[in-house]
Design a protein around this ligand. Sequence first.
Ligand code: GRG
Length: 309
Amino acid sequence: NLTKENETKTFDFKSYMSLKARSVNEALEAAVSASAETPADRLHDAMRYSLLAGGKRVRPVLCLAACEVVGGDPAAAMPAAAAVEMVHTMSLIHDDLPCMDDDELRRGVPTNHVVFGEAAAVLAGDALLALSFRHLASATPQELVPAERLVRAVGEFARSIGCEGLVAGQVVDISSAGEDDVGLDRLEFIHVHKTAALLEASVVMGAIVGGGTDEQIERLRTFARCVGLLFQVVDDILDVTKSSEELGKTAGKDIKADKATYPKILGLERSRELAEKLNREAKEQLKGFDPDKAAPLLALANYIAYRQN
Ligand code: GRG
């Protein structure tokens, strides 16, 4: 068994991540400026405020890395990468609203509705959702991506967002808040939809527009599902370990107090074991690929598994 360090020692993940995140930021900046034709300046400001406020850019980088692992040109996947970040951002704007999680801070700055008001925040989210599809459809280079592949990517993207994806996960999450008997199956449903679905679409879209075979696309789908769930298990673990670390310094607030989490249902130790298992399963899917080309995806799985925020 390779250790995390041995597996990734020849690959400079930090540089890869910051290079890719920078190119995604440039693509996002250009994509939201392009819609500046609108006289609705405040709407435009609200969209830019959240989209360009930072964030790790994990989903777009996964999309670009999936395109590369199947031998595609990263330029083919950049519009898809920007589109997934637009949807991720709009979901955060809506998630923070008073009618949902009612949060005042996001990515280290006041939430969209705190700055622009509730109506503007709802509409900025709606506009980002529409822009994501417009951008994917119109900015994907035709000379690199055949129309049938683009249509297939659009279908994957839409599926990951609506009643089979993010929205479904959010509905079940909200309706489960405060319940004591949320079991593992329901928790998994929530996270497979709320978190893993968009991560899956990011990877699958990258593989589709990059020219992957059906077999490669399905292997990468399995990789992404594992990584998506892993992302949430780690998020829940960090929530527990961070709030107990901070207890000494501050009053220590459990931000998921009324929510079911993996450590609450499984305990911390079994949650950590689950995270290890998901990381192993994810990396198993990369075995058939050229190891050099798979290095970024492998490092991304490790990053998600061992991150500290
Ligand atoms: C999608 C139409 C539509 C509506 C939104 C509100 C909602 C429906 C869904 C909620 C989705 C949600 C907030 C899921 C949580 C996802 C998650 C793990 C967020 C944190 O992601 P990071 O850590 O954040 O990648 P950064 O800020 O780094 O991008």
